[in-house]
Ligand binder design. Sequence first.
Ligand code: TYD
Length: 167
Amino acid sequence: MKEQVLVLIKPDGISKSLTGYILTRLSEAKLELVASRMVKVSRKLAERHYKHLKGKEFFEEVIQYSLGAFHPCKYVMALVFVGEDAIKKCRDLTGATNPEEADPASIRGSCGRITTKGVFENVLHVSSDIIEAEREIKLWFHPEELIADVFPTKITKVKSTRKRVWA
Ligand code: TYD
């Protein structure tokens, strides 16, 4: 089935200069890259992204990690891929959540680590299923930032918005 998937290269992946390596590994899945964006993650965005983890003892560390608090590069690269079985293909290349349990040849297995505080620095995020993928893509991207119409859109009038433009 043709699917969309959100991939985030997390601050450890960016700080370790793994961006090119990760894109090369993910290209093995032969999917179409329809959006990419460097994002300075706000606390609100991180909390909405990880809302399913609220209440877990590691929640605050995961939020801090996403904000870049533990790494020199305090941003993430957000990507949207489209293609047949896109979620499974990306998750297989990525490996298990816990980098020490991940297949050593997977991206997380070869590049991730667990910190002394127990945070899984697992280099990238990949949507877990099609429902989450849609929720996450709509959270991280505006429709015009994707080069393909992956979800239905509508035109709405937005009154008195403030927008940064080139000076
Ligand atoms: P989760 O959504 O369960 O996994 P995945 O990213 O593989 O879909 O968890 C989100 C993040 O929370 C995960 O990437 C790393 C962190 N995490 C921990 O630090 N400790 C844990 O025990 C778990 C389950 C997750």
